[in-house]
Design a protein around this ligand. Structure first.
Ligand code: FAD
Length: 318
């Protein structure tokens, strides 16, 4: 069976959920071979094997932390040369997309970004994308070289499938250009204790209807009762009520959770562009004619200041 390279997204060796989703999707098109860069590969190998990685190619070097993405591209290219895979899969994070693009150029391949599904095809893997503000779903495949594909978080539920997960060291040499941009400082963001917006299984977002920064506490309370991330419409962000890092939409982040709850959001096309691939959409809006109701699975016509606290209390009793 053909091997499929899966780039491992991890924080200090702790493998992040999008990687488990990639391993699950990779098994549809071949045998997953994980590429783990940085410290912690031996510890990560257990979980990578549990989700089907037959092998873990590992490389640890200070260059991965000290410079921007280029050293990681060198390593992935070395893995590509070692394995001759049927496809290379990466998460659709900012870093994942940059590595993917650079790798595709180096190996002379076509690239597909932001896939929301992946299946085997007679002439290579077929990726589903959601385009034009999610008005259309397209299926495409790479016709030149080895497909390099980035997949949005939450596109597949991780499914375990025990495999060997044997760690092999990968020899990487870094080109002069790869160390051209040095990281001079890192400032970790203060943790809210909530999941990362683009990876969260549940997102609760507030819009202009929330009517003030101080009122976002009711959105946060519902999010916390569900273990969810908090999102915001651009109107709420532009008003200074919530940080831009939490904006969902065309000029914000694109999310695809299992459950998206929109409170006080009208459903403008630019907002939909960032959330329409969510599996289940719930809206709370006092205007029954709000366009958001055209795309919801469940809609509540009501005042969010009444509905959201009641919903939070109800969730807490479960
Ligand atoms: P509104 O459209 O004002 O809607 C507020 C809603 O709240 C209304 O439906 C109202 O009925 C409801 N409401 C009010 N009070 C209550 C209450 N008490 N209880 C319940 N409901 C209530 N927007 C984004 O979100 N993300 C983007 O990334 C983005 N990018 C853009 C890029 C471009 C180039 C442009 C031109 C626009 C972009 N926008 C984006 C803006 C977008 O067009 C809308 O203006 C924005 O999404 C509106 O935000 P909203 O739904 O919160 O506000």
């Amino acid at each position: 069976m053909a091997e499929v390279l899966v780039y491992v997204d991890h924080v200090d060796g702790a493998v992040r959920k999008p990687t488990l989703e990639l391993l699950t999707l990779a098994r549809r098109i071949g045998e997953p071979v994980a590429v783990h860069l940085g410290a912690g590969a031996d510890a990560a190998a257990a979980v990578l094997g549990e989700y089907g990685a037959v092998k873990v190619l590992a490389a640890d070097a200070s260059e991965f932390a000290d410079y921007l993405v280029a050293p990681k591209v060198d390593a992935l290219e070395a893995a590509y040369n070692a394995v001759s895979p049927a496809a290379v899969l990466l998460p659709s994070s900012a870093e994942g997309k940059e590595i993917a693009a650079r790798l595709a150029v180096r190996i002379g391949s076509g690239i597909i970004t932001d896939a929301v599904d992946l299946e085997a095809g007679a002439e290579g893997p077929v990726a589903t994308q959601s385009v034009f503000a999610a008005s259309y779903s397209t299926k495409s495949r790479v016709t030149k070289g080895t497909p390099v594909i980035t997949v949005k978080p939450n596109s597949a539920a991780p499914e375990a499938a025990q495999a060997a997960g044997t760690v092999e060291q990968l020899a990487v040499s870094f080109g002069e250009k790869s160390t051209g941009t040095k990281v001079v400082s890192r400032t970790p963001r203060e943790s809210t204790g909530r999941p990362e917006l683009t990876e969260a299984a549940i997102v609760v977002s507030g819009g202009r209807g929330v009517n003030g920064a101080e009122n976002f506490s009711i959105i946060e309370a519902l999010a916390d009762s569900l273990g969810a991330a908090v999102g915001a419409s651009r109107a709420a962000v532009d008003a200074g009520w919530y940080p831009h890092t939490n904006q969902v939409g065309q000029t914000g982040k694109s999310v695809s959770p299992q459950l998206y709850i929109a409170a006080g959001i009208s459903g403008a096309i630019q907002h939909r562009a960032g959330m329409q691939t969510s599996k289940t959409i719930v809206a709370i809006n006092k205007d029954a004619e709000a366009p958001i109701f055209d795309l919801v699975d469940y809609g509540v016509v009501g005042d969010l200041f009444e509905v959201v606290p009641q919903l939070t209390d109800e969730v807490k009793t479960r």
